[in-house]
Design a protein around this ligand. Structure first.
Ligand code: GDP
Ligand code: ZN
Length: 302
């Protein structure tokens, strides 16, 4: 039988099969043997299972992942690839247009992390009842222009929530965002009870040693799963060279080839096409500031 791991705890994995049956499974011993450079299983993994009795099975094989969201965790034996969630279809970055004031630097950092790992992203701007949609659009319109999908929602009035829900159907989605922006409220509007479940798991997980790893994802009506990101702080710019950062700012891509120097940092060089775009007002000032900040912090680390 084949299924997907929807929950993992202390070596026990809950596997859901295509027809909706749940099995509690441990890993076949041989899968745990040998030197490992990363997690053998993660929530989101497709697995082949044999059953022992009703509701109990053994994971015989972990099927190849189409995508991984991971972090490199340094260990005494070398780098270890910790899988945050396997087979993720998209990251949903949730911010509020006010209360709390959006932190665009944080949004840009999440976008860079997702670009590096080739994870499709969309942005949710919640609490539009507080500012009105046109004010909210003024704040985030630049991201639509760059090419990101932006949803404007209010968990309070439910405006925009159906569009967001449709976007989640038949996908594995990871919700990412600072606290207080309305993630749980939105999930509850998408499906009653969902926000509460997600929050309980996230609270429990964010304290532990495996703070960055998703321990459970929740099915949504109509198909698909959602998970929350426990331990936001651990979503750092790991394993990135300063020179790659410009490639993860999508609106830089058509410009950099016109820079005079091929190793241009886009910070001080003459003939820099990015700096020219900043000067002419074509490039968003906040985005450019985020770029400079990320690049400098990576250079300090090296
Ligand atoms: P989370 O920490 O991201 O899960 O945020 P919560 O869902 O707990 O929401 C934080 C606070 O914002 C709560 O007091 C919610 O009632 C409120 N809130 C959430 N969504 C909205 C919204 O769309 N509009 C308004 N006005 N308040 C909201
Ligand atoms: Zn340049």
């Amino acid at each position: 039988m084949q299924g997907v791991i929807i929950c993992s705890q202390s070596g026990f994995h809950t596997v859901e099969t295509a027809d909706g049956q749940l099995f509690t499974c441990q890993l076949r011993g041989r899968l745990k043997k040998g030197p490992r450079r990363g997690d053998v299983t993660a929530v989101g993994d497709n697995v082949r299972v044999t059953t022992i009795e009703a509701g109990i099975g053994v994971i015989e094989e972990v099927l190849p992942r189409k995508r991984e969201f991971f972090r490199q965790a340094p260990t005494p034996k070398g780098e270890y690839q910790q899988i945050i969630i396997a087979n993720l279809d998209q990251a949903v970055l949730v911010f509020a247009c006010t209360k709390p004031t959006p932190r665009f630097g944080m949004l840009d950092r999440f976008l860079v992390i997702c670009e590096k790992q080739e994870i499709p992203v969309s942005i949710v701007v919640n609490k539009i009842d507080l500012t009105g949609i046109s004010e909210a659009k003024k704040l985030f319109d630049n991201y639509s222009q760059i090419g990101y999908g932006v949803f404007y929602t209010s968990a309070l009035t439910t405006e925009g929530v159906n569009e967001l829900k449709e976007h989640l159907i038949n996908k594995i989605s990871l919700f990412i965002g600072p606290s207080g922006v309305g993630k749980s409220s939105l999930l509850n509007e998408i499906q009653p009870g969902l926000g509460l479940s997600v929050r309980q798991v996230s609270r429990a997980t964010s304290k532990g040693r495996h703070a960055t790893v998703v321990r459970e994802m929740f099915p949504i009506d109509g198909g698909g799963y959602v998970a929350d990101t426990p331990g936001l702080k651990a979503l750092a710019l790991w394993d990135m060279e300063p020179e790659e950062v410009d490639g993860y700012f999508l609106e830089f891509r058509p410009l950099v080839e016109h820079c005079q120097f091929s190793n241009c940092t886009h910070i001080h060089e003459p003939g820099c096409a990015v700096l020219a775009a900043v000067k002419s007002g074509e490039m968003n000032q906040n985005r450019y500031a985020s770029y400079v900040r990320m690049r400098s912090s990576l250079e300090e680390d090296n």
